[in-house]
Structure formats: C-alpha cells, structure tokens
Design a protein around this ligand. Sequence first.
Ligand SMILES: Nc1nc2c(ncn2[C@@H]2O[C@H](COP(=O)(O)OP(=O)(O)OP(=O)(O)O)[C@@H](O)[C@H]2O)c(=O)[nH]1
Ligand SMILES: [Mg+2]
Length: 638
Amino acid sequence: MTNLVIGVIGHVDHGKTALVRALTGEETDNLAEEKERGISIALGFARLQTGDLQTGDQTIDLIDMPGHERFIRTMIAGATGIGAVLLVLAANEGIKPQTIEHIDIAALLGLRRAVIAISKTDLVSPEQAQKTASEALHLLTSAGFAPLPPVFTSALREQGIDTLRSTLATLAADQAPRATGGIEFLPIDRAFSIAGHGPVVTGTLRGAPVNTGDTLELFPARRMVKIRAVQTHGLRVPTATPGQRTALNLRDIDIADLQRGMALAAPGTLTPSDWLTVSIRAVATAPNLKNGMQLRVLLGTDEFDARLRLLDRDILEPGQSGFAQLHCAAPVAFPAREHVILRLASPAQTVAGGRILEPVTRRQRRHSGPLLQRLETWHRLEPEALILAEIEAQSATGTTLTRLSQLSALAPSHIAALLKPHPILLTRTGLAIRVADLETLATRIPALLAPHTEGLSPSKLLATLPGLSPELLDEVISLLLARSLITRRGTQLALPRPEADQARVQDEASLAAQIAAQLRASGLSPPDPKTIITSLAAKRATDRLLREGTIIRAVDRAKDKEILFHHEAVEHAMRLLTPLLERPPGLLATDVGAALSISRKYSMPLLDHLDAIRFTRRIADRRIRGTASLTALLPPPR
Ligand SMILES: Nc1nc2c(ncn2[C@@H]2O[C@H](COP(=O)(O)OP(=O)(O)OP(=O)(O)O)[C@@H](O)[C@H]2O)c(=O)[nH]1
Ligand SMILES: [Mg+2]
C-alpha cells in the first residue's frame, strides 16, 4: 500500500473536481454552497484505487483543492504534508493567476513531483491543447518540478481518464521510502464527531507512525489525548504511517476543544516558541520583502501573524533566498523542517515560503557571520548529517539530545540509536559530546585546579569555563575522579598531591609534638594559647592534641579566657588535691591556688575543668570531692 497523498491544484473552474469525480467516482463538492455556486470551497478528499495495474494494488489519496483565490488558505492547509501534485490546467484557458500561485505554494512546500492534466480538451483543437501542455510543462519545470508527460483529458467525454489514472499510479509506485524516526506530527485539517465514537481529527501524518492506544499531545492546548482508533484509506488499521492521510478517533477530549489549525505531536517533543528561524525564498511575483514587515504565516494547518526579521539582508527581492526569523504574535509549536508559507494580508498574495530551521529560539542578531554559517549548515544537511555537524560545532560545550531533536525533527530515541556507532558520548542526562572533545576538556580541568592548593568549588570552577553546562562539568568531574586525576576535599575539588599531603601530615605531627612538650614543661602555668596557635598548621596540630586528649582546654568563665594544660599537669593537680578535698569543709579557690602554687589566672580555669569532669563539686564558694571515681580519671601510676 502506498502512502502517497496527491494534491489536485489549479485555477478556479479548470475542472479539478470534475477530474477527481471521473477518476474515483467520488463527489467532493458536497456542501450546499459549493453546489449552488459551482465552485469548491472546502478541501475534498477522495481515494483512487489503482489496483490490478502492473504497479500492484494501491490506493492514492487525492485532495481536491479549491481554486478560487479567496480559498488559498484552505488550499495551503490541505497541501501541507502532501507528496505530489496533480496540476489541472484547462486547455481553453491556459495559465491563470492561481495556476501560478498554486505551483508557487507547492514548490515552497518542498514538492517536486507532479502530473499535469490538460482538461476540457473537448473545447479546443489538438494544437491548442498541445500549446497549453507546453506552457504547463515549462511553468512547472522552471518552478523546480520534475513533471511526468502531460495527460490530455476531457471529463465531459470521459477521455484520457484511464491514462491519467495509470500516470498517477506510476508516480505513486516510484516513491522514495519516507524517512522514519521523526517526531509524530499531525496538523489537524478537519475535526468532527461520529455518533457513538466521539471526536475524529484528520490530517496528513508526518515524522513517525501512530498507533491505536498511543498518547499524543494536543497543541496549542498542551493536553494529552489518547488514540481510540486509527483509519487510513477509509479502513480501520492499527497503525498509520508518515505521509498518509490519517483519521484519528480520540479519547479524553471533547469535539468542542478540537479544530483545524491545532496539531497532535509525540508528547514532550515540541516546545512553543515566539521566534522561529527559517530559510525562505521569495516568489518571482512578490514585492520586495523588507525587514520588519508584518506577514501572515501559514504553517501546518495553522495561520497567524508574524513580523519578518531578515538575518542576512535588509530587503529580500523577488526570487531571492535568505535566512530570517519570524516573530510570532503568540508562541507556536512546530517541528523543524516543517514548511511555511508567507502571505501578505493585503493585497492577499503568497509572497514567500520555506522551512523552519530552528523551531525553538529567541531573537537573533542580524548579519552575524557565525550564525549565518550555522543556518547554512542546517539548511543544507539532511537530519542525520545535521546532528553530527551540530555536535561537532558545539565541540567544547557539547549539546543536548533535546536540542538535537529540535533541530533535526528526529525523535530523541532515534538520535540516540544513530549516535551509537560514532565516538560520541551520550550521558544519562541527555548530553551529547564527542569523546575527543570530552577528553580535551578533561585535560583542562587539572590545569585550572593547579593554582588552587586549598581546592575550588565546582561552581567556581564552572565560572572559569564560559559556555559549559553544569551537567557536562559533572560528567568531566566524575571522569577525572574515577581516574584519580582530581580529588574531593570536602566540597572542594583539588589536585591529589600524595607527597605534599604526606609532608603536611609529617609537619603537623612534629609541630604537635613540640606543642605538647612545651605545655608539659610549663605544667600548671602554661603560656597564653595565642602564643602557641600562631599558624593554621599550629591550629591543626593543637586540634589534633585536643582530640587525642594529650592537652586539655579549660575556660576562665569570668574572664572568658581559654587556657591549655597538658593532661599530665592536670593529673598531677588531681593527685595533690585529692587528700585535701576530703577534709571538710572543703577548699576555697585561693586554697587550691596555694596548694598548687599557681595564680588565679590558672586556678580558675583549672577548677572549671575539674568541676566539669566531676573531680570536684562546688558548694557555695568551696570545693569538695566530686562524684567521678579517681581511677576513672587518673591513669594508674607508672
Ligand atoms: N467542457 C468541459 N467542461 C468541463 C470539463 N471538466 C469540467 N468542466 C466544467 O467546468 C466547470 C468547473 O469544473 P470543476 O470541476 O468544478 O472545476 P474546479 O477546478 O474544481 O473548480 P474550483 O474547485 O472551484 O476551483 C464545471 O461547470 C464543469 O462542468 C470538461 O472536461 N469539459
Ligand atoms: Mg473544485
């Protein structure tokens, strides 16, 4: 089965609907107004069975476009996503304004495949019909199409219909397979309700297949809806594939919340943005397009106003191509590579069109060389090549899977699979970076840490690496930690320096020994701690002695002064005081000072300490023995 959707285009009254009827037996002008006025107003959908031809059994979807200039917007909504066109040109009239406009639009939508039907040949001589055919061929070829040989038809006399049918079948059989792995995207061109089934939306599917039971995200509402059933070619099927006319019966939503212009997409893959970066081409008949101009944008089946920001010039002349941004009146969510048509509101006219290069962005600087170079790459490359080029371009900082998906319109899972054979690291957090670039970055970090002997916090390190994301820094840090090329000191990162660290430990130990010796020698009249703790190293050594219990910190609470005693001095004091404390009524502070031959400066903090360890107990201004047993406080005498 083919996925080909063919748009039937051409000037008003040239016989499009009549040909669709002759080809398929289906009537596409069903509205009362269409019957009354004799023109098409809405899109017409018909199926062309081209079975039992040498090309095999297949169904082509035909979209019968209205030709009247007032319905160009409807025509565009129908043409978005189609695979080829059937240009209908009346032999007696030849090329008319909407012949040209429809061809322009089809070309701007990226279409290249076409069949020409010269209609109403019953009204002219064969020479005249031939002349019209040559004009049509020339017009399509110069618009970039590769049309098949024209078919001469008369719907009235049922002539040329079989030839046209087989020509369309040939076109359908000769189809390049559609790329897969994209983002499911279905711009809605019709929404209606079927009794007993609920809401149905239709459109031409792009990106990836959709299945019964899938959940999709509705834009712009951004709500999730579930697919109750899928139909293609009028039949219920489990799956619709990209390029097919697709009808989806939805759950979890009311018909009142659905209409043309909305779209369904794979959940979480699209992000609304005020700005779109596009590559555009102005049509030959367009006026000069100026920077800052207000335009009507037709995108998917949606339509909105936007201001044109030309990035590489001030004026886009007829026929010229360039890069631009569209500042949309409200945020819009579309995948990259989606085709866009730009029109003037008045006079109503198609002036340009092209493709989205960057669907999620902000206002960019104009005439920026590096930006234009990147836009050129995105414009030129196919999605797979674009992804690799983008990772390479973001060498130092890496890029994210989200961003790659935005630029390529490929699904993140497809991108991940695509990167597998390449020397590219894809982290758990969705960062993509070339392994070689990660290694280069890895070599820079130790060099940045080297001057900071006390270490550097990750946030300070990040500040020295402009443009680098915290996620990528985390990745490099884990790598370097695993390789023991850097080390963590608390919250700081530093270079591991085994020798220096060892030397420092040795220094600290000998300093501690010195301090201990000094305090031991000074007994119960130690020097002021300020004269001992003179450096960071001395502080560390002192802390260590305190932790070990070699020295004791005591406080003179009245004066809020600290003093350090060697533990042996304190033990000596306890031995001397024990018998004295046992005699009632106990000792005054001055008695203690006298017994130990020390001044108040030392006896007050000492007594505070002895109270704390319950060697002594204070009653009024006297001390008696405390509750702690002496054997617990004093080591056995040697
Ligand atoms: N003589 C003759 N008249 C034709 C032929 N095909 C269509 N017509 C007539 O041309 C008129 C327009 O035909 P349609 O098929 O409605 O034209 P259309 O291109 O669909 O028009 P729009 O959808 O409004 O753009 C009708 O009155 C048809 O009867 C033909 O082969 N010969
Ligand atoms: Mg019609």
